[in-house]
Design a protein. Structure first.
Length: 163
C-alpha cells in the first residue's frame, strides 16, 4: 500500500504543528523545511482546516496551529480520512469486473491486510510520532516539545503535553 503525496504532506504538517505549540507556523516555514510546493501545501492546509484538526489565521501575522489534541488524533484516523481509495486491487473497488470475485482468496486476504495495516496505524497518535522524531528539531528552528503519557492510558506511546 502506498499513501498519496497529499496524505504524506498532511502528516508532515500535523507533526510540525504538534511540535510547535508556542507560535503560529506559516506555510513558508513548512515549505522551506521540507522543500515542497507552496501551492500544494496550501491545498493540504485548507483540507486540514476543514477536518477541524488545524486552525488557520489569515493576515500578515497569520499562520496555523494544531486545533486537535495530538494525543487523541491517531495516525489511522488521519490516513482513513485523507486517503480516497484503499482498493489495492480491482475486486476491492467499486468498479469491480473481475471474473474471479467470490471464488478467489485474494479479495479476503487483501481486505484483511488493509484492516491490519489501519489497526496498526491506530496504535500511534500524532503526539507519539512527535516524541520519536528527533529529525523535527534538525529541520526546524524550534525545539519540539515532548508529550507525556495520558493518565489512565494503556498505550504507552500516547502522549500528553507537559504542563
Amino acid at each position: 500500500m502506498r499513501l498519496t503525496v497529499f496524505t504524506d504532506y498532511s502528516l508532515r504538517v500535523l507533526l510540525v504543528l504538534a511540535s510547535r505549540t508556542d507560535a503560529l507556523v506559516t506555510i513558508a516555514d513548512i515549505t522551506e523545511a521540507f522543500g515542497i510546493s507552496q501551492a500544494h501545501l496550501m491545498k493540504v492546509t485548507q483540507a486540514l482546516g476543514k477536518t477541524g484538526w488545524v486552525d488557520t489565521v489569515r493576515g500578515r501575522n497569520g499562520g496555523m496551529r494544531l486545533a486537535a489534541d495530538p494525543r487523541r488524533l491517531s495516525l489511522g484516523e488521519v490516513v482513513r480520512r485523507l486517503e480516497a481509495d484503499f482498493a489495492l486491487v480491482e475486486c476491492l473497488g467499486e468498479d469491480n469486473h473481475c471474473v474471479l470475485t467470490g471464488g478467489c482468496g485474494l479479495e479476503v486476504a487483501l481486505r484483511q491486510a488493509t484492516e491490519v495495516f489501519l489497526r496498526e496505524l491506530d496504535r500511534y497518535s500524532i503526539a507519539d510520532l512527535v516524541n520519536t522524531s528527533p529529525a523535527l528539531a534538525q529541520l526546524a528552528l524550534w525545539q519540539p516539545i515532548t508529550w507525556n503519557t495520558l493518565p489512565g492510558s494503556d498505550n504507552s506511546r500516547t502522549g500528553q503535553r507537559p504542563n
